[in-house]
Design a protein around this ligand. Structure first.
Ligand code: ATP
Ligand code: MG
Length: 430
């Protein structure tokens, strides 16, 4: 039975490994290989005079990125990665790889992102890319564990929907038999209905579809949203929950993904300092005005440039609170004292927005009024509005972008680096 390459230590005597041929070198008297699996790299050294001639014949023909099974004796050696090497006594080529390669897995020749995404399966073989996705997997697992430990119920809501969550243009229409339907841009309406269903705490980790017209480094057309909704909670409660979740996920990644972090040259992953400052929207636009020299009025959206300027000043994770009701969705609860402001918040990383949330409107008539004031037609939301007439508890929640979380945590330049097979304005394949 083979063992993961990481488990081969200088103390191991014999090992069988399977993996891909990362590098091949013929050093005259010596054939030299690096074999890679998702756990690491092992040096395989075959002194031509000492190894079995049949083994040597196979080794001479093997091409880079072929899939092999190798058995042999482990020797401790300082110069090799991991302080050990394997002297082969049996080699099997499970499948050979064509050459030239689609891209350089050893990363001596850097490739453009587009080239990399075209040959994504091969790009992902690069240890640095593998590391990103092993960490992403850990992040999702930790979010599940964090929420399960707090009694959240995992739900799955439909991705084919009849109406937009918030109206607007960011929708992908699809043909649904003889009707028009849309790909869901958010589980918002359904997770709120689950509050009326009495589940009290629900979460979903699922796809959201946004017909974003423009190619940016932080938008995808298909993203993953970590969505949470909590009954008998207000905006402050769910901000606290979000802050705890972020800190907990960073801590777990730091403690359990040290190999992957080292591969990414991130030996130190500082856990974000708490409490995250909570600055009112008005203060945020003042900072933006001061730092950018542009003028902002109450009700202006905080765009990419302003976001960066405020982030620079804050220098850590922070919340923007007390948003103008006019620029947040109809389901955000207005402040009782000043209905021009609402109980919505954004969680910000210095580089960009990570999450949006709010205490929600739970009163039917107020909700209808707010839907109208956004120029939308309440009749189109009948399925959503009905539960508000039959015992809807007060509730609050948020949606957190999984890709942006991973991207900002690992300092990736482009959100496409945080998703296996990105969907953007120009890419549907692979
Ligand atoms: P932005 O203003 O940055 O475009 P948004 O306010 O439109 O984001 P929300 O509708 O608030 O996004 O969605 C909640 C979270 O989901 C965002 O904070 C973000 O992390 C993530 N998200 C939303 N749209 C996208 C997208 N197109 N690509 C990647 N992540 C997204
Ligand atoms: Mg938002």
């Amino acid at each position: 039975m083979h063992i993961p390459i990481k488990k081969v230590t200088p103390e191991t005597e014999h090992a069988e490994i399977v993996g891909w041929v990362h590098e091949v070198r013929d050093l005259g008297g010596l054939l030299f290989f690096l074999i890679r699996d998702r756990t690491g790299i092992l040096q395989v050294t075959a002194p031509k005079k000492k190894v079995d001639p049949a083994v040597l014949e196979i080794l001479k023909t093997v091409s880079r990125e072929s899939v092999v099974r190798i058995r042999g004796k482990v020797k401790s050696i300082d110069k090799a990665p991991g302080g050990r090497e394997l002297i082969p006594n049996s080699v099997e080529i499970l499948n050979s790889c064509e050459s030239p390669l689609l891209l350089d897995v050893v990363e001596k020749v850097p490739a453009e992102l587009d080239t990399r995404l075209d040959a994504r399966f091969m790009d992902i073989r690069k240890p640095r890319v593998t590391a990103v996705f092993l960490i992403r997997s850990a992040v999702i697992r930790m979010v599940n564990e964090f929420l399960c430990a707090r009694d959240f119920v995992h739900v799955t809501t439909p991705k084919i929907v009849a109406a937009a969550t918030e109206g607007g243009t960011e929708l992908f229409p699809i043909a649904y038999f003889e009707k028009e339907a849309f790909l869901s841009q958010s589980p918002q309406l359904y997770k709120q209905m689950m509050m009326a269903a009495g589940f009290e705490k629900v979460y979903e980790i699922g796809p959201i579809f946004r017909a974003e017209e423009h190619n940016t480094t932080k938008h995808l057309n298909e993203a993953t949203s970590i969505d949470v909704e909590v009954s008998f909670a207000d905006h402050q409660d769910v901000m606290n929950l979000l802050e705890d979740l972020i800190v907990s996920v960073y801590g777990c990644v730091r403690d359990t993904c040290s190999d992957q972090l080292a591969t990414l040259s991130l030996d130190d992953l500082p856990v974000p300092p708490t409490p995250f400052p909570r600055i009112p929207y008005r203060e945020a636009i003042d900072i933006a005005a001061r730092k950018t020299g542009e003028s902002f009025s109450f009700g202006d959206d905080i765009g990419t440039v302003a976001e960066k300027a405020i982030g620079e000043e804050m220098g850590q994770h922070y919340f923007i609170v007390d948003w103008p009701t006019a620029i947040k969705p109809y389901y955000a609860m207005p402040h009782r004292e000043d209905p021009a402001l609402c109980r919505a918040f954004d969680l910000m990383h210095p580089r960009m927005e990570l999450a949006s949330g709010a205490q929600r409107v739970h009163q039917h008539d107020l909700l209808v009024e707010q839907i109208r004031s956004k120029g939308l037609v309440p009749e189109n939301f009948a399925f959503y509005l009905t539960p508000f007439r039959y015992g809807m508890p007060p509730h609050a929640g948020w949606g957190l972008g999984a890709e942006r979380l991973v991207m900002t945590m690992l300092g990736l330049n482009n959100i496409r680096e945080a998703v296996l097979f990105p969907r953007d304005r120009h890419r549907m394949v692979p």
